[in-house]
Design a binder for this molecule. Structure first.
Ligand code: CO
Ligand code: CO
Ligand code: CO
Length: 346
């Protein structure tokens, strides 16, 4: 038997922290022609990670794609996290996944068993989502990468985007922050996978129940919190909706271990996020300052951030509870249009 490197040792950055930074991405995309069409309900809008196209009055398709490098060594677990993360962009729009295709790039030397375990992990989450894997594409690559392109369905009238937040809305977050810090500590061999079992179990949790609760209760806007961190994804929502927000740092759900490790184990993406979104963000309290590494921490398969009208808040919380969504933290409120800093965390 050959001995192979651990998955996370083959990559220079893990998970959504491996994303191109928001500033660089803006530069790359700035010259591109943006196509529009009457039935294209969501295109290259920066607040949304998926595109939505209306087929008829009752049906729109959601198309999305997400893949990244391993954040854990266990190949089955990596497959599960990557698939839950890719499916999440459909859930964030209130949709239901229908079909998925694998995107798979691995060093062949890792061995068929390891590679199959990644695909099996992904397939298990796609099956749980009630969707079908119908193909994919693979290549050999020194740095492993895995993810899915997902096609989902939504009723055009029940589509939820990042552009609908309204002043007075409450903001709800459905998973704790800090996975980027924890998986950076994992790469540093400071913790092992068993030691961060709770956060990893949450990372493989589908955002399906949260999406169903949102559809049942009615929400004005939503996004999933991934590589740009809480502040980045919220700011994309604020900018698209033309509103501001105030969060209460003490109400943010965080992994306690991540708070402990935050000084020493920040992924590279944290600084990129803070550099890019920091000018729009003001941290006014000592608590908010202390949580800065978590506020900008790139999440992989993070929770939904939901903007809900005041008169629907209790209904949404009840729907989340009845579906056993373990985290449903009311973290702040939407305010009127404002100049920068339009995101204030106190
Ligand atoms: Co995405
Ligand atoms: Co997303
Ligand atoms: Co092909």
């Amino acid at each position: 038997m050959e001995k192979f490197a651990k998955l996370t040792e083959l990559v220079s950055a893990g998970g959504c922290a491996a994303k191109i930074g928001p500033g660089d991405l803006q530069q790359i995309l700035s010259g591109l022609a943006i196509e529009t069409a009457p039935d294209l309900l969501v295109g290259l809008d920066p607040a949304d990670d998926a595109a939505v196209y209306r087929l008829n009055d009752d049906t729109a398709i959601i198309q999305t794609l997400d893949f990244f490098t391993p954040i854990v060594d266990d190949p089955f677990l990596f497959g599960q996290i990557a698939a839950a993360n890719a499916l999440s962009d459909v859930y964030a729009m209130g949709g239901r996944p229908l079909l998925a295709m694998n995107i798979f790039a691995f060093p062949c030397g890792l061995g068929a068993g390891t590679l199959r375990a990644v695909l099996e992990g992904g397939a298990s989450k796609v099956k749980e989502a009630g969707a079908l894997i119908v193909g994919g594409h693979s290549l050999e690559d020194k740095e492993p990468k895995y993810g899915l392109s997902v096609c989902g369905l939504v009723h055009p009238d029940r589509l939820i985007t990042g552009a609908g937040a309204k002043p007075g809305d409450y903001l709800i977050l459905t998973k704790p922050l800090g996975l980027g810090i924890l998986t950076t500590a994992l790469r540093g061999r400071v913790v092992d996978e068993a030691g961060i079992g709770g956060p990893l179990a949450e990372a493989i949790e589908l955002n399906r129940a949260a999406a169903e609760a949102m559809a049942a209760a009615g929400a004005n806007a939503a996004t999933d919190v991934t590589g740009f961190g809480l502040a980045g994804h919220l700011l994309q929502m604020l900018n698209a909706s033309g509103v501001s927000a105030r969060l209460e740092a003490a109400s943010l759900p965080v992994w306690p271990q991540a708070v402990e490790l935050a000084d020493k184990y920040q992924p590279g993406g944290t600084k990129r996020n803070a550099d890019h979104f920091g000018g729009q963000t003001l941290l006014t309290s000592a608590v908010a300052q202390a949580l800065k590494p978590l506020i900008f921490d790139p999440q992989t398969s993070g929770g939904l951030l939901i903007s809900v009208a005041e008169d629907r808040l209790e209904g949404l919380l009840a729907e989340l509870r009845s579906r056993s969504v373990s985290t449903a933290a009311v973290v702040g409120r939407i305010g009127p249009a404002a100049g920068d800093p339009r995101l204030i965390i106190e």
